[in-house]
Unconditional design. Structure first.
Length: 318
């Protein structure tokens, strides 16, 4: 799945003044441009852009600087170049790759900078939330599934799922049936494999059934909002290969449940580098919004609810 990257461009003059990055003292009344028709002051720019947007951009800029200062030794530029090269291989030409970046408002260098920033943020999370191999193994399970969607005829879907379960009980090959019968287009071609899933990622009924299974066992028909599933627990003989990804998913789950884990880490790092906000409105917005764990939790909840409603609406229309 490709993710869209958006960048907000704010005049660096205004942001620089707000952050106190220059040696001179500035105020909102300072004039930037003079003319016989009227002057343009810092305050005019702030009003035009909006204090909230300036605060967000100013915070992102200083956070990026602090993250780079703290973790630049842990990031290898050669690894980033290799990652970008892999992305390029997905396109038929280098120009097509550049055009795709341009649509996102990016150049190749800016794209590399974003990858670098993601690695800095991951390093911060690794320092903040420690997940042992033992916990990662305990809190994840490797499964495959066959999904029969209920978007058209619920009774027919249940009957079809039960029939598939009978075939499996009689010795049918799970992977083959998944390829033939499953409505999950993302996993069916791979025999229904979902790989390793951490606790909290899947629907509650699906997760409950999956974690009860021993490797090689197949569940009864399980109902979720997506339809009817038959789940198979796979052998976890490649855990070491995927454990880093599993740990990342577990960390993300923890942050979604308690965003203060992340905001507290930001605060600690900003304090370490003696970050001071020279504008009281910027300071107030950042502390009350961007570094407020409870507020971020509410925003995440609303976002997840909207996503769930959109998914349900899509299923109804199908």
């Amino acid at each position: 799945m490709k993710k869209s990257l958006k960048m907000t461009i704010v005049p660096l003059t205004a942001v620089g003044l707000l952050l106190g990055g220059c040696s001179n003292s500035h105020s909102k009344d300072d004039t930037i441009i003079e003319s016989k028709a009227g002057d343009v002051k810092v305050n005019d720019i702030m009003k035009d852009i909006g204090n909230d947007q300036i605060s967000k951009s100013a915070f992102q800029l200083i956070l990026n600087k602090v993250l780079e200062k703290e973790y630049h030794k842990q990031v290898d530029s050669n690894d980033i170049d290799k990652q970008v090269d892999k992305q390029k291989e997905m396109f038929s030409s280098n120009q097509q790759f550049k055009d795709a970046l341009k649509q996102q408002g990016l150049t190749e260098e800016k794209f590399k900078d974003q990858i670098k920033l993601q690695k800095y943020q991951k390093a911060l999370l690794d320092d903040t939330v420690k997940i042992s191999d033992k916990k990662a193994k305990k809190d994840s399970v490797k499964v495959s599934h066959i999904l029969i969607e209920t978007s058209k005829d619920k009774s027919k879907a249940k009957s079809e799922a039960e029939n598939i379960k009978k075939q499996l009980d009689n010795g049918a090959d799970f992977s083959k049936l998944a390829k033939e019968k499953s409505d999950d287009t993302q996993s069916k071609d791979n025999g229904g494999s979902l790989g390793y899933i951490p606790k909290g990622l899947m629907n509650e009924s699906f997760e409950k059934a999956a974690f009860k299974l021993k490797p090689g066992e197949t569940s009864n028909v399980v109902k979720s909002e997506y339809g009817y599933h038959i789940i198979k627990a796979d052998k976890e003989n490649d855990f070491n290969k995927y454990k880093s990804k599993i740990k990342d998913q577990i960390v993300q789950q923890k942050i979604q449940k308690d965003p203060s884990i992340l905001t507290d880490a930001y605060k600690k790092l900003l304090d370490k580098y003696d970050v001071k906000y020279k504008d009281k409105d910027v300071k107030k917005y950042i502390e009350n919004n961007l570094l407020n764990g409870d507020k971020l939790k509410n925003q995440l909840g609303q976002s997840q609810q909207q996503t769930s409603q959109a998914q349900q609406a899509t299923q109804t229309q199908q």
